[in-house]
Design a binder for this molecule. Structure first.
Ligand code: MG
Length: 375
């Protein structure tokens, strides 16, 4: 079953004040668009993410998310409705689609789970929260009370079966403000599922500090990992994703990159997701000789899907030989690439054990890692 997330990011965001469109402004150090792209792309049920952008926004798009492997961005149109239709047509075929506004950066995995589950029974599903404030109608003075009973605040992403939504959009009269409205107009059944306060829309300048407070209110978690591999015949070892010539290799089911294994376990530990063996069983032939960066990328995606951000990692490699120092910069670069982190958030250290113990006798290499996650 193919599920695509379509993020509408074509607007110019006039109400959020001067400067670049709000989807390209920084929120806690990351472009607004990148928050939802990362969270949607790392969800296990989502196969592809496409973004609809303004015709003059290609450079801003590349700067914000160009390093991520997304489908080609789609050029939007004058109205949101036309932009969504352009995006759906560019996708062409899929089973399910999540349509999302870039101005709601703090997407959470449980909302996506609830939306997709609802598609088993319905053509569409929207996240919503009950209205708790009292409502009044009027321009300057109150002219009427509005009963809030049965009223909901509707958010995005909104999930749909793909083909019926595309057909509804093709036939829709102009002027609809949201996809559920268009879908309902075409007679599709739309479920309400529980939304999340974090999914609020960045509209006014103050909303940026509110979102940053929500992110700041997030806690920090720490995970640790430890791994050992023994030496075997061979002429190179892999450490932190870097191949180093040596008079032995490390034995293991994968490429035996002991440092990446410790680091993968540290990330998994921080989000309580078990250990590397749970995700990549050594009994599974699929992982024979596998490059260990795949394990680390997977752990990184699980952190993102859990709503977390890797803040810092610290790796210690324990061996007498090979000498780590000459490769340390290359290792940090490789980790920065895999984890999509700036270099100053990555530490790689090495130590010997004064020729004591198995590492001291040169029987193998051990590695420890600590990961700090904001979540
Ligand atoms: Mg291992």
């Amino acid at each position: 079953m193919k599920t695509v997330a379509l993020i509408v990011a074509a607007g110019s965001g006039a109400r959020a004040g001067d400067g670049p469109p709000k989807q390209y402004r920084l929120l806690s150090g990351k472009p607004v668009l990148r928050w939802s792209v990362e969270r949607l792309a790392s969800h296990a049920a989502i196969d592809e993410v496409r973004v609809v952008i303004g015709s003059d926004q290609r450079d801003a798009y590349d700067a914000a998310v160009g390093d991520l492997s997304l489908g080609e961005p789609v050029i939007g149109a004058a109205t949101r409705q036309e932009s969504v239709l352009a995006g759906l047509q560019a996708i062409g075929a899929a089973d399910r689609v999540l349509v999302h506004d870039a101005a709601r950066p703090l997407v959470t995995a449980p909302v996506i789970d609830r939306l997709l589950a609802a598609l088993d029974e319905h053509d569409g599903a929207v996240p919503s929260l009950p209205v708790v404030d009292s409502l009044r109608r009027g321009e300057i003075t109150v002219e009427a009370e509005v009963d809030r009973e049965g009223l909901h605040r509707v958010q995005t992403p909104q999930a749909f079966r793909f083909a019926p939504l595309l057909a509804a959009h093709r036939d829709a009269p102009a002027g609809a403000t949201d996809d559920a409205e268009i879908a309902r107009g075409a007679g599709l059944s739309i479920a309400l599922v529980k939304g999340d306060a974090q999914l609020f829309k960045l509209t006014y300048p103050d909303d940026f500090s509110r979102a940053e407070r929500m992110l700041g209110a997030a806690g920090f978690r720490t995970g640790m990992g430890f791994d050992v591999h023994r030496f075997a015949l061979g002429d190179h070892v892999w450490l932190c994703g870097v191949e180093i010539a040596h008079d032995h290799s490390l034995a293991g089911h994968s490429d035996a990159d002991v440092a990446l294994h410790a680091l993968t376990d540290a990330l998994l530990g921080a989000i309580g997701e078990g250990d590397i063996g749970d995700h990549f069983p050594p009994t599974d032939e699929k992982w024979r000789g596998a490059p260990s960066h795949r394990f680390l990328s997977h752990a990184r995606d699980l952190v993102t899907a859990a709503g977390g951000t890797v803040e810092h990692i610290d790796v210690t490699i324990i061996c007498e030989r090979p000498k780590v120092g000459p490769h340390r910069l290359a290792m940090k670069r490789r980790l920065a690439e895999i984890l999509r982190l700036p270099m100053d958030r990555i530490s790689v250290k090495a130590t010997t054990t004064e020729q004591l113990g198995f590492t001291g006798r040169g029987e193998g290499i051990a590695a420890q890692a600590v990961a700090t996650i904001r979540i």
